[in-house]
Every structure is written in C-alpha cells, then in structure tokens.
Design a protein around this ligand. Structure first.
Ligand code: SAH
Length: 379
C-alpha cells in the first residue's frame, strides 16, 4: 500500500472503491474565505483591494461575533464598500438542502450543498448544559469502515478550513436567532464526528480548530477543551497533533481490542495496529494531559463478547482514558445491528470491574439518520 499522507485539495489521485484513500482527488477549490485566513492574511487581502487594513477586522467582527454574512447590515462600513468586502472575504460557501429535527427541535441535522454540488452533513445537539456541533471534515471518507454509512462511497474531497468553520457558524446563527428551543445560547462544543477522517485532512482541520479557538473577533473564541477530534488512528498525525499546543480532546475509534477483528472493522488497522494506535493515544495524553476518549461501537455478536470487554479493560488499564460505547446505528443494507441490552450491560460491567471509566452514548437523532453519512447517502 502506498501511504502518501499529503492532504491538500489537489492531490492527483482518484479514489478506488474499497481501498484506503489518504489523499483527496484533484478538483476545483472552494472560494477563499476569511475563515481560511489568519488575521494578518485578512488584512493583506483587504489592502490588496486598496482598502485600509482595519476593514478586515470589521468584517471579521461581523462574521465571527455578530454572525452576520449580510453586508447590508455592516453599518460601520461605507455602503459602497460592503459588497466588495463581502465578495473578497465572505463568499457563500454552502447552501442548505434540508434540515431535519428530532428531540423536540433540540437535535437538528443540516444537509449542505457545497459549490461543486457535493453534500455534507452537520448536526446541532442541545443538552441542558451545553450545545454540541458535530461537523464534517471531508465529503465522503477514504477509511472504508464497513459499519459506517460515509465509508461506503469513498472519498470525494477534503473540505476547506472555512467550509468546516461555516458549519459551526451556521449552528451558532440558528441559536442566536432563537430557532433552537431553549432560548439563545452559544455553541460550547464541536466534535469532528461527522463525515470524513479529520486527520486525513490535517491542515484544514487544524486551521478550523484555530479559528474556533481564536479570540473574537479573529475567531469564535471557543475553549479548545470543548473540541474533540475523532480519528480512526492515523498514528503520525496523532503524534503531530500532540505537538500543536492545542488541548483538544482526542477520540480514538477503536471498536475492537484485538488486531484480527479491528483489521476488518477499521481497515487502516492493517497499517497501524492496536498496540501502535494505543501508544500514540497515551503519548497524546502524556503531552496534553488530556484524557483520551476511546470510541467503541457495540455491534451484536461481532465485537461485544465478554472476553473482548476483558481484553479492552486490560489494554486500557491505568491510562488516562475514558471509553465511550456507542450502540451501533444500523446502516441500510447491512446485517449488523446494535448489541442486546444484556450484552451491553455485561460489557459495561466488565470494563468498570477493570477500573475503566465508561459511558454509553445516548442515541440522539436516530430517527433522522443521526449516524454519520446516512442523510447524504439517502440523497
Ligand atoms: N473518521 C473519524 C470521525 C467520524 S465518525 C473516526 O472514525 O473517528 C465518528 C464516530 O462514529 C467514529 O467512532 C465512528 O466509528 C462512529 N460510527 C460510524 N458509523 C457508525 C454507526 N453506524 N454506528 C455507530 N457508530 C458509528
């Protein structure tokens, strides 16, 4: 297997169905947007238009602080300049195709169409104490995990930084407008658990994380601790992420404690095995002092045996880790389904007996195809 880890938008390789794909195919790029740029780059873009640099800060404030992409409301900027500034800094990146709601409107799934007609999903979930946005980092995914709806169609392309940030900003706008039951509010958490493998689009994802944590008006001013990057286990990128000085939570999609099964559930395991991804996870925890989250989708009679719970507990013992069990969300056309309640309970019991912190994830939004990729696949 060739392992070219470049992740730019124009990598010259087409996806082959059923094969691991680390690079996105060549294509036209989305428009450059202020969310793609650092504050200094925004000022350069504005001075290139022959305008004073402070106009960039004003537009940033409209976008990130007031959540406005409507230039007619930018009243601190002369009317004659607004459209030019908007064209240069806030070009439209995506249009809503459909919104589905569940849980009395507190779970909201958006399907977006990007400039080149590709579809991506994001989900807003309001809880009593927080609002979480689940975002996509790629259109499709090249990791080919057989239980995941996104994996089935392969990778279409990487998203740009601004296309990722815009999903969060769109959620923030819905909240600010009062469209989400429970009143106003802010997005407190972002999880990279929508479509795509975030660490296979490393540069754009890191840019997005920086925009989310940059102080207002340069970014959304979120806490890095509220951000979770979820990965199949691209070991070199996990190690690189540990060095970025960004205390984001790392989630590792393990799904099996043994290589034989993990090779089939998470095919990239044939490149970096369980021992290697766990080593990289412990390194991440050591450097960042952040508890790593291990994701484990419980699949009936596939990975939910008592002996696998014991083996998982053994491999995680005495580590800075938390296990998140996810009842499998069955995807169309698959025979796999969620574990029996009794098996799930026994799995939890054995992990706890092994001293491992464990939670079972709630299954919000099932009725709106909450699992990643199902809505885009249906369309
Ligand atoms: N590519 C990244 C992030 C995207 S998916 C990763 O794999 O971590 C986010 C989580 O949802 C992953 O743990 C993934 O394995 C899990 N997942 C995907 N499809 C699922 C399904 N049908 N049921 C339950 N969990 C699923």
């Amino acid at each position: 297997m060739v392992l070219d880890m470049t992740e730019d938008l124009e990598a010259p390789r087409r996806p082959v169905p059923g094969e691991l794909t680390f690079t996105a195919p060549r294509g036209r790029r989305p428009r450059r947007h202020l969310a793609d740029m650092t504050a200094a780059e925004r000022r350069e873009a504005v001075t290139a238009l022959g305008l004073p640099a402070f106009r960039a800060d004003q537009v940033s404030r409209h976008y990130f602080t007031r959540l406005s992409d409507d230039p007619s409301a930018w009243t601190d900027i002369p009317a004659a300049l607004r459209d030019d500034l908007a064209a240069a800094l806030t070009p439209p990146l995506m249009t809503p195709v459909r919104e589905l709601t569940a849980d009395a409107g507190t779970t909201r799934k958006m399907l977006w169409r990007l400039f080149d007609d590709v579809l991506v999903e994001s989900v807003l979930m309001r809880y009593p104490d927080r609002v979480t946005m689940c975002v996509s980092s790629q259109a499709g995914c090249g990791m080919n995990c057989p239980f995941c709806a996104t994996g089935q169609a392969g990778l279409t392309r990487n998203l740009s930084t601004a296309e990722i940030v815009e999903q969060v900003v769109a959620g923030a706008r819905e909240l600010a407008r009062g469209d989400v039951p429970g009143g106003g509010g802010r997005v407190s958490n972002v999880v990279f658990m929508g479509m795509g493998e975030p660490l296979a689009n490393y540069k754009a994802v890191l840019g997005a994380v920086r925009r989310l944590v940059d102080k207002s008006p340069e970014g959304l001013g979120m806490s890095a601790r509220g951000i979770t990057v979820s990965t199949v286990g691209l070991v070199p990128r996990m190690r690189e992420l540990a060095t970025e000085g960004l205390p984001v939570t790392l989630a590792l999609s393990l799904h099996a404690p043994d290589d034989e099964l993990r090779n089939t559930l998470v095919p990239v395991n044939t490149r970096w095995n369980v021992a290697e991804v766990l080593d990289a996870a412990w390194e991440y925890a050591r450097v960042t002092k952040r508890r790593v989250s291990v994701e484990y989708a419980l699949i009936k009679d596939v990975n939910d045996q008592a002996w696998r719970a014991d083996l998982l507990a053994k491999r995680l013992r005495n580590k800075l880790v938390h296990v998140n069990l996810i009842p499998l969300n069955p995807t169309p056309g698959s025979t796999w389904t969620a574990s029996r309640r009794d098996d799930e309970r026994e799995f939890v019991r054995r992990l706890e007996a092994g001293g491992i912190a464990v939670t079972v994830r709630d299954t919000r939004g099932r009725e709106i195809d909450g699992a990643c990729g199902q809505l885009a696949a249906a369309e």
